[in-house]
Design a protein around this ligand. Structure first.
Ligand SMILES: CC(C)(COP(=O)(O)OP(=O)(O)OC[C@H]1O[C@@H](n2cnc3c(N)ncnc32)[C@H](O)[C@@H]1OP(=O)(O)O)[C@@H](O)C(=O)NCCC(=O)NCCS
Length: 420
């Protein structure tokens, strides 16, 4: 029996899944609203993924007991410069056509946000359709879906006296610990990255292949030693052979992988290769030197449910930024106005002693002013103060506080590789 959360009216009820049958009927609903790969994703996520809980699969049922709308909560962990953030993704959002525009997603989002608060998630994320999620307080931030294209002719063939340097094969479960080691090493170049563990790699190898987010995991070996890996998306947007993740590589290995990707593209009738990977990695840099064009990214839509809680969570990072700056030893209460709320960060000899919400009674003005939606890309290092001020004319600070602001919230390299 599914669990009732709220009756919306006599005929429609918000429920959460509580058994395999519920998961199966929601997956069937997803087949109809999206396609079978999304249905399979729902099944695999809620039957086999190490991060999910069955009760986080939310749906609306009509009087006939049919599922007519659904969304779910998928927990992730993101590493924010050494701090682990608890991240709640809103996933697989859909309503049956005849029930649209009746507020069913809005009602489920209300419950979803309640879950975020009850379980103390630091941020919430969505990789969804444009614009729609702004109404629920989500703002475009961390890069998603990079579109860096290299044409096959731009990748040089081996000359007569050259041979392929590496050998390639699809990863197996026995490779997981080595892939994990390479992942941990590679993710150090990203201030914000996904925290992955061996259970997630196992899920990607064992359960992901049936879903819309399926990937082939390739390992590259040099004399029998794994020296790198890359993921190829099986159902990407567009026609290109799409690389969805890559490890750290030497220049020679990056070039050898580009040549192997060219071979795969030709074998699979792909016109070119898309690198949907972090902009600072060796594979992209090597491709750019060979003429690839980076057309930029879409972005994760992100909401910070509780600003004070988030700032408290990242306070060790803020302290370390102050310690490595001319503000070393700072003793001051820094007051920030988000216009709809105000927060103070109290420093004593460079250490944060408290972060508090302030009363709005004295008006909106404070030494640092940040409109609420611009705070998300700023705090997640996607845009710095100067770039944000170009976009948001109501963001500002006096010279000293601008310097402090830049010290506390610099731009950060980020790339979020998938857990499913
Ligand atoms: C997008 C979708 C999930 C919306 O579901 P829904 O149940 O109609 O959403 P709601 O009725 O709760 O809509 C909430 C608000 O958004 C508005 N809205 C609905 N669809 C919208 C759309 N496509 N674009 C912009 N606003 C939209 C509604 O009018 C409502 O505003 P209001 O409360 O001020 O009247 C639904 O159209 C759908 O399933 N589409 C196909 C699958 C899809 O694209 N899913 C999203 C994948 S990320």
């Amino acid at each position: 029996m599914s669990i009732t959360i709220k009756e919306l009216d006599k005929s429609l009820t918000i429920k959460v899944a509580d058994n395999r049958t519920d998961i199966e009927r929601i997956a069937k609903f997803d087949n109809a609203v999206f396609d079978e790969r999304v249905g399979s994703l729902c099944l695999e996520l809620f039957l086999n993924h190490p991060n999910t809980q069955i009760n986080d699969l939310i749906f609306v049922e009509n009087e006939k007991g049919e599922v007519v709308s659904s969304l779910c909560l998928i927990p992730w962990e993101w590493n924010y410069d050494g701090i682990i953030l608890n991240v709640g993704e809103m996933g697989i959002v859909g309503t049956a056509e005849e029930y649209r525009r009746q507020g069913l997603i809005r009602s489920q989002v209300e419950y979803f946000k309640q879950l975020l608060n009850e379980r103390g998630f630091d941020i919430s994320i969505i990789q969804g359709i444009p614009y729609f999620y702004r109404q629920f307080g989500y703002e475009y931030s961390v890069p998603l879906e990079r579109n860096c294209i290299i044409e096959l002719y731009q990748i040089p063939d081996y000359s007569e006296d050259e041979r392929p340097k590496l050998s390639y094969r699809i990863a197996e479960k026995k490779d997981i610990s080595e892939i994990q080691r390479l992942y941990d090493e590679s993710s150090k170049s990203l201030a914000i990255n996904t925290k992955k563990n061996e259970n997630i790699w196992r899920y990607l190898i064992e359960h992901n292949p049936k879903t819309g987010t399926a990937v082939d995991i390739w390992v590259a070996e040099d004399n029998g030693q794994i020296v790198g890996y890359f993921l190829i998306a099986k159902h990407p947007f567009g026609n290109a052979l799409t690389v969805a993740e890559v490890s750290k590589l030497s220049y020679d290995n990056a070039l050898d992988i580009l040549r192997y990707l060219k071979k795969l593209a030709i074998e699979n009738n792909k016109p070119n290769i898309r690198l949907n990977i972090q902009s600072n990695c060796e594979l992209i840099k090597t491709a750019l030197y060979h003429g690839a064009i980076d057309r930029g990214t879409y972005a994760w839509q992100i909401n910070i449910p509780d600003m004070v809680k988030f700032l408290k969570k990242i306070s060790p990072v803020l302290e370390s930024r102050i310690a490595n700056s001319p503000f070393l030893g700072l003793t001051e209460q820094i007051r920030i106005s988000f216009y709809t709320e105000k927060v103070s960060i109290s420093f004593d000899k460079g250490h944060i002693t408290s972060i508090d919400k302030l009363e709005l009674t004295d008006g909106w003005y404070e030494p640092i002013r940040i409109p609420p939606m611009s705070a998300v890309p700023l705090f997640l290092g996607c845009r710095d103060r100067k770039e944000s001020c170009e976009l948001w004319k109501d963001m500002g600070a006096s010279p000293k506080y601008s310097y402090l602001f830049d010290t506390l919230f610099p731009k950060m390299d980020s790339c979020i590789y998938t857990i499913y």
